[in-house]
Design a protein around this ligand. Sequence first.
Ligand SMILES: Nc1ncnc2c1ncn2[C@@H]1O[C@H](COP(=O)(O)OP(=O)(O)OP(=O)(O)O)[C@@H](O)[C@H]1O
Ligand SMILES: [Mg+2]
Length: 343
Amino acid sequence: MENQSEDVPLGQMKIGVTYNLKHVEHTAGNASDEQAEYDSMDTVLAIESAIRRLGYRTVLLEADETLPQKLLQEKPDLVFNIAEGRGGRAREAQVPALLNLFTIPFTGSDETTLCLSLDKALTKRVLATYQIPTPRYRLFSPGEPIRTSGLTFPVIVKPNAEGSSKGIADVCIAKSSAELKSLVEKNFSLYGSAVLAEEFLSGREFTVGLLGNGETLRVFPPMEIVYHRSPIEGYNVYNYTVKQEYQSYVTYQCPAEIPEAMEQELIRLSKKIFFALNCRDFARIDFRADESGKIYFIEINPLPGLAPHYSDYPMLAEFCGVAHEELVGMVLKAGAARAGLCL
Ligand SMILES: Nc1ncnc2c1ncn2[C@@H]1O[C@H](COP(=O)(O)OP(=O)(O)OP(=O)(O)O)[C@@H](O)[C@H]1O
Ligand SMILES: [Mg+2]
């Protein structure tokens, strides 16, 4: 498909929004979290309305099996992509790969970065080569013996390639080899895919939002997730239960009230990780401290949730005075500028 963006007047520029819709509601405690990563129509409409207010035409493109035909028919000049994809380890890469096939520019990271970042163990391995501290771990694959030696307990057990706290249930901490084995087996039976066991860091927890590219990359001040209580006795874990009922478990402190040196370390690590993984336009990175206050990388979300008043990324931006609508515009402009489009 030809890229139609050149010389298109502002009001005629057509911006597509690609997404996967949540068709069933996932509630805390519900074992079926199949669609937990997907977006609600409210989020899609909020993004569309923000783009329209900037003066562009929009087209909504649900990322189902008819997406190729819709792209051919609609010929968007640029796509604002929040599609999580439809299964498999490379699911987040599906839409970016398709957009690249059609030479349609899009916001956010490309398929390689999205693929890599969805695999938590692989990301940790890559970042270790950049001297980014990350908790010690073991990766377990279905069908292979579950060897539990070499880790210091307690450990947290999570699916290796899921987001939105899928699999991080209210029982996810193992304090012994036997508990670890049984949790790994439970994860295999639920997800049928690789499981990560990571040494549990009991210190403070932070998430850092980034926006832009290269020299103009902006790092929002770190936001702390401050726990009041936890669904897991003795362990603070920001899992699905906590995210759904956050008012009763946590408060969000942004900027985090931390020593200057700790803030600088979070910012330094965030930038280094963003560039090491070739992220584009926006991302959110989760960190946790150990008992001594040393900061460790937990995971990166190069396609962070954008649900207004719910997702962490718009929340931390809002703490910095950037409202949802403005944030969407900034991500759009970052993507457009990078793609050489003049919005
Ligand atoms: N090694 C660890 N030590 C302590 N806590 C951890 C560790 N790994 C994960 N957690 C806790 O579990 C939460 C979820 O883990 P993680 O961010 O890896 O999963 P996720 O499902 O991908 O989350 P997201 O919803 O951000 O995509 C973290 O926010 C943190 O509270
Ligand atoms: Mg996380």
